[in-house]
Design a protein around this ligand. Structure first.
Ligand code: PEP
Length: 253
C-alpha cells in the first residue's frame, strides 16, 4: 500500500552550512516523535545535496532529493547536473517539473518525460509535479491541464517504472501565496489523478501511487488536507525551512 511522503523543497535557500544546521535541528525534533511509516525527504540545493544525504544516510525512512536534473548522462551542458551525479551524491529522489521550473525555465512535458526516464534509469525515484495556474482553475480547465501534464510526462512508462513514481499535485495559485486549496479541492483532483492512473494502468497501481499535495501547507492546515483519502503527504516549500513547522507537518501525516 502507498506511503505518506513529506518532502521539504528548500528551493534556492540555505548555504551548505545552513543546510547542516536545518537538517540537524529537524532530526533532533523528529527523534522525539513517532512518525510511523511516513517517509521524510529533504530537497536542498545541489551544492548541499551530498552533505544532506550524508546526514540522513542509514536513517529509516529519511532521504535526500535533488530539485531538478538534466536528462543526459553527461556532456557539454554547462550548469546542469545529471541523474548519475545525483545518485553518486547519495540522493534517492529527484523533483521533476516543479511549477517554478515550468514557468521560469520553460520546461515542457516532453522534456520532463526525458528527465523522468533519466531518473528511473539511475534507480532513483521521480517526484513528478503537476498543477494548474489560477487562470486555468478559474476557467474550470484544471482537470484537463493536469491530465495533459500526467499523460505527457508519465504515461509513456511501463507499469513497473510507473510504480516508482511519486506525484505531487501543486496548484500554482497556492504555491508560496498562503492560499491553500481546500481539503475538498485537493481531494477532488487527487481522486481524479488516481482515476487516470487506473484507466492507464490498473486499480492496484493507482492504489499504490503516492500523490502528495503541495501549496502553502502548514502545521495548521496539514491534518485536514492529509486526512483526505487520496492525499498522501505533502511537498512543502516555505514551511520546510523552519524545523518546527516541518516536523509539525510530518506529525500530521
Ligand atoms: C513548493 O514549492 O513546492 C511549495 C509547495 O511551496 P509552499 O509550501 O511555500 O507553497
Amino acid at each position: 500500500m502507498r506511503k505518506n511522503i513529506i518532502a521539504g523543497n528548500w528551493k534556492m535557500n540555505k548555504t551548505p552550512q545552513e543546510s547542516t544546521q536545518l537538517v540537524e535541528e529537524t532530526l533532533q525534533l523528529l527523534a522525539k516523535e513517532n512518525i510511523g511509516e511516513t517517509i521524510v525527504i529533504f530537497c536542498p540545493p545541489f551544492i548541499a545535496l551530498e552533505r544532506v544525504a550524508g546526514l540522513v544516510k542509514g536513517k529509516k525512512n529519511i532521504f535526500a532529493a535533488a530539485q531538478n536534473c538534466h536528462w543526459e548522462k553527461s556532456g557539454a551542458y554547462t550548469g546542469e547536473v545529471s541523474a548519475a551525479m545525483i545518485k553518486a551524491a547519495g540522493a534517492a529522489y529527484v523533483i521533476i517539473g516543479h511549477s517554478e521550473r515550468r514557468l521560469y525555465f520553460n520546461e515542457t512535458n516532453e522534456q520532463l518525460a526525458k528527465k523522468v526516464n533519466a531518473v528511473l534509469a539511475e534507480g532513483l525515484q521521480p517526484i513528478y509535479c503537476c498543477g494548474e495556474p489560477l487562470e486555468v482553475r478559474e476557467a474550470n480547465k484544471h482537470f484537463e491541464l493536469v491530465a495533459q501534464q500526467i499523460k505527457e510526462g508519465l504515461f509513456h512508462l511501463s507499469k513497473d517504472d510507473f510504480s516508482k513514481v511519486v506525484i505531487a499535485y501543486e496548484p500554482v495559485w497556492a504555491i508560496g501565496t498562503g492560499k491553500v486549496a481546500s481539503d475538498e479541492q485537493a481531494q477532488e483532483i487527487h481522486a481524479y489523478i488516481r482515476k487516470l492512473i487506473t484507466e492507464k494502468y490498473d486499480a492496484a497501481t493507482a492504489a499504490n501511487t503516492t500523490i502528495q499535495y503541495g501549496g502553502s501547507m502548514k502545521p495548521s492546515n496539514a491534518k485536514g488536507l492529509m486526512s483526505q483519502p487520496d492525499v498522501d503527504g505533502g511537498l512543502i516549500g516555505g514551511a520546510a525551512l523552519v524545523a518546527a513547522d516541518f516536523v509539525g507537518i510530518i506529525k500530521s501525516a
